[in-house]
Design a protein around this ligand. Structure first.
Ligand code: AMP
Length: 396
């Protein structure tokens, strides 16, 4: 695969797959990090004299087009950030879109509507995806893959389309892969990983794989309670995945056998309900009331996690330590973010949601070593899985 900077794209139409999946509330973008992260490749392609057909997804629309998942606010924000017009046809494909693409002059940009409005994009049927990819390929001369947050998906615009056109990876994908490769192949030790977020099932495979590689593994977020229950503790009404208990017991035993420092909280902030104004109470992990739920790790745990993080030369963090969206339950996440900013070595915040969390808590991107735009993608990379979107770009 050629290096993008060396390809002659003067007067060419480039199909650019970006990850513009930003959080939007009531039509307003609350964190434009992924749009900003896509700008360098867009600007590089424009400077080469190409015109661009940009495709991206937003959320997980299930039933075709809907107002909730339109990319219209993204087109507007992209245009503001680039300080130039972005044509938004309001459709993914069709005659008018094809005509618009055909009429593009060098330097002009179209942003297609949410690519997932077409069911063929995410279809499990290879031939459905391939035929959709063929329609997309007709709009361009060259493909650039830069949507890192979607490279773990075997989707038409990510996996099938690059096979139909000469292609290259974008600068964001290259930067993401470089950082993750360092973490996978050659992390400076001690190597610590902090995992949080809501669901244990999402993260068990990565935990299993990482136990062979890390020195410290800290667990926070809703996942904590499946671990605590697996240890026989009362967890009240906290989030739990009962079908994972045996697997979690296996992981705890494996960590011990391998000499990995597995950090679980010793204190928890509990509340009677899942709401922003619920009264927080700090309790020991051995005294979680049966009618309350854990919504954050406590301060003693957070400080002890921070101490371990600061001992590490390489740290990867994915997933908040608690319900950071509610100020009463954001302290654990804040303490961990703060520690990451002080790591003497590489600190990587993995994932669009984790990145949005640290920004929402007032941190700047520049305080961290690297902020990955892809949560699921970076976890699957660390898990050692083959990622379809990277394989298709000959990076797998
Ligand atoms: P994920 O998408 O799996 O990274 O999960 C992120 C979400 O996990 C955030 O929206 C948090 O509010 C939520 N979360 C973190 N800790 C807890 C907890 N103890 N109970 C319920 N939800 C949590």
């Amino acid at each position: 695969m050629p290096e993008l900077s060396t390809v002659d794209l003067k007067g060419k139409r480039v199909f650019l797959r970006c990850d513009l999946n930003v959080p939007i509330k009531n039509g307003v973008i609350t964190d434009d990090g992924r749009i900003k992260a896509s700008l360098p490749t867009i600007q590089l392609l424009l400077s080469k004299g190409a015109s661009l057909v940009i495709a991206a997804h937003l959320g997980r629309p299930k039933n075709g087009p809907s107002e909730e998942f339109t990319l219209a606010p993204v087109a507007k924000r992209l245009s503001e950030l680039l300080n130039k017009g972005v044509k938004f046809p309001g459709q993914v494909k069709g005659e008018s879109v094809a005509n618009l693409a055909a009429s593009l002059l060098p330097g002009e940009i179209i942003l297609l509507e949410n690519i997932r409005f077409e069911p063929a994009e995410t279809s499990k049927d290879d031939s459905e995806r391939a035929s959709f990819a063929n329609e997309l390929a007709a709009m361009a001369d060259f493909y650039v893959g830069d949507g890192f947050g979607a490279v773990h998906r075997k989707h038409a615009s990510v996996f099938d389309l690059p096979k139909l056109l000469p292609h290259a990876s974008g600068t964001l994908v290259n930067a993401e892969v470089k950082v993750l490769k360092t973490l996978t192949d050659n992390p400076e030790r001690p190597y610590g990983v902090v995992l949080g977020g809501a669901k244990t099932s999402d993260k068990l495979a990565v935990i299993e794989n990482l136990l062979n590689k890390v020195d410290v593994l800290a667990i926070g977020g809703g996942m904590v309670f499946t671990f605590l229950k697996a240890q026989g503790k009362e967890i009240g009404t906290s989030l739990v995945e009962n079908e994972m208990l045996d697997e979690v017991r296996g992981l705890i035993a494996k960590a011990e056998k391998l000499g990995v420092t597995l950090l679980l909280p010793t204190d928890i902030v509990v509340a009677p309900t899942f709401s922003t104004d619920a009264t927080p109470t700090l309790v020991s992990v051995d005294a979680i009331p049966s009618d309350q739920m854990g919504l954050d790790i406590g301060p003693i745990s957070a400080i002890s996690y921070a101490e371990q993080i600061l001992r590490c030369k390489t740290v990867f963090w994915n997933g908040p330590m608690g319900v950071f969206e509610f100020p009463n339950f954001a302290a654990g996440t804040k303490t961990i973010a703060q520690a990451l900013t002080q790591v003497k070595g590489i600190s990587v915040v993995g994932g669009g949601d984790s990145a949005a969390a640290v920004r929402a808590l007032g941190f700047q991107d520049s305080q961290f070593g690297y902020i990955s735009t892809g949560g699921g993608a970076s976890l699957e990379y660390l898990e050692g899985k083959e990622l379809p979107g990277l394989t298709a770009l000959d990076l797998g």
